[in-house]
Design a binder for this molecule. Structure first.
Ligand code: ADP
Ligand code: F6P
Length: 329
């Protein structure tokens, strides 16, 4: 009796991130290399429920390695948070003959992958989000590109704030995780970095600026993670700029970088990591193994149980924060 050819699905879910296409490309090419068919699922779990899929071949992923966004589109699918939605997902996999699924996204997407795995559809999660907020992985696909985009923008802001002796307050993404703010802050020499992991007051920023002014410095960069200001009851970045100007006498301007951080050409680091992760995910599904995430730990690509990964707590890099505070003065 002839064995049925294996078929896997691949989807991107949650916020898009540069490098997602590089993962999709790797999954498709790795599967075909192993004689496994691949269905591309559009718009995350929404496309799975609607069976909005197409069969992918070698050429489906041509010229995508260097492109930001996701060729599979992405979405947030509220139904998938409930058992009824996941059960419909399982039924859709059965109907379409999907033997396993690669899910590229963040924590929420991993929860969906865990639930579907528990219903018998082997799923592998790959961390794709600019926020770098996946505790189990040292690094998420999209973070490096977003960070370089922010660095580029802040360098440009520095030119103008330096010319005008101003303070630039820059809001970056990351509602619950301050990694973009922390790494961009240190990379751009921000005098202060405001993020959810470290409590702060306007007084402490003003005090540091005054100390710095006395040493002859006349222009400043402050990096702020989105959401952090309202959480601290301070109003938005424009309000912070107003207060800093009032208390220090330094003319201040606020800039919200917004979604520009989610686009752009993925860096070499993203592409290499994405290629490795995609290949590993297919190796696992080839063996019928699911309920795993493929992550980067200590510069190695490893796989972990999804539940174990979801239960990990992300450690904040206090040392880096201290270094930034000490040398950006
Ligand atoms: P991210 O994956 O980037 O964290 P979201 O939190 O928006 O983004 O999650 C993406 C999608 O994953 C959601 O729209 C939903 O379909 C699914 N999802 C989120 N949370 C859960 C959950 N607790 N159980 C099952 N699926 C979930
Ligand atoms: O998770 C990625 C992210 O870009 C966060 O940094 C940000 O808070 C959120 O998504 C914004 O999401 P939306 O696509 O709804 O604007």
């Amino acid at each position: 009796m002839e064995l049925k050819q294996k078929m896997i699905g691949v989807l991107t879910s949650g916020g898009d991130a540069p490098g997602m296409n590089a993962v999709v490309r790797s999954v498709v090419r790795s599967a075909l290399y192993k004689n496994i068919r691949v269905l591309g699922i559009r718009r995350g779990y929404t496309g799975l429920l609607n069976q909005d899929v197409f069969e992918m071949n070698l050429r489906s992923v041509s010229d995508t390695l260097q492109r930001g966004g996701t060729i599979l589109y992405t979405a947030r699918c509220p139904e998938f948070k409930y058992d009824e939605g996941v059960e419909r997902g399982r039924e859709a996999c059965e109907k379409m003959g999907i033997d396993g699924l690669v899910v590229i996204g963040g924590d929420g997407s991993f929860r969906g992958a865990r639930d579907l795995s528990l219903k018998g559809v082997p799923c592998i999660g790959i961390p794709g989000t600019i926020d770098n907020d996946i505790a189990s992985s040292d690094y998420t696909i999209g973070f490096d590109t977003a960070l370089n985009t922010v660095m580029d923008m802040v360098d440009k802001l520095r030119d103008t704030s330096q010319s005008h002796d101003r303070c630039s307050i820059v809001e970056v993404m990351g509602r619950h995780c301050g990694d973009i703010a922390l790494y961009a802050g240190i990379a751009c020499g921000a005098v202060a970095i405001l993020l959810p992991e470290v409590p702060f007051t306007i007084e402490s920023i003003v005090e540091k600026m005054q100390r710095t002014l006395r040493t002859g410095k006349k222009h400043f960069i402050i990096v702020v993670a989105e959401g952090v200001t309202s959480a601290n009851g301070m109003g938005d970045v424009h309000e912070i700029a107003r207060q800093i100007q009032e208390r220090t006498g330094v003319e201040s301007r606020a800039t919200v970088l917004g979604h520009v951080q989610r686009g752009g050409i993925p860096t070499a680091r993203e592409r290499v990591l994405a290629s490795e992760m995609g290949f590993r995910a297919v190796e696992l599904l080839e063996q019928g193994i699911g309920n795993r995430v493929v992550v980067s730990r200590n510069n190695k690509i490893v796989d972990l149980d999804i539940l174990e990964a979801l239960n990990m707590k992300k450690e904040f890099n206090h040392r880096l924060f201290e270094i930034a505070d000490a040398i950006s003065i």
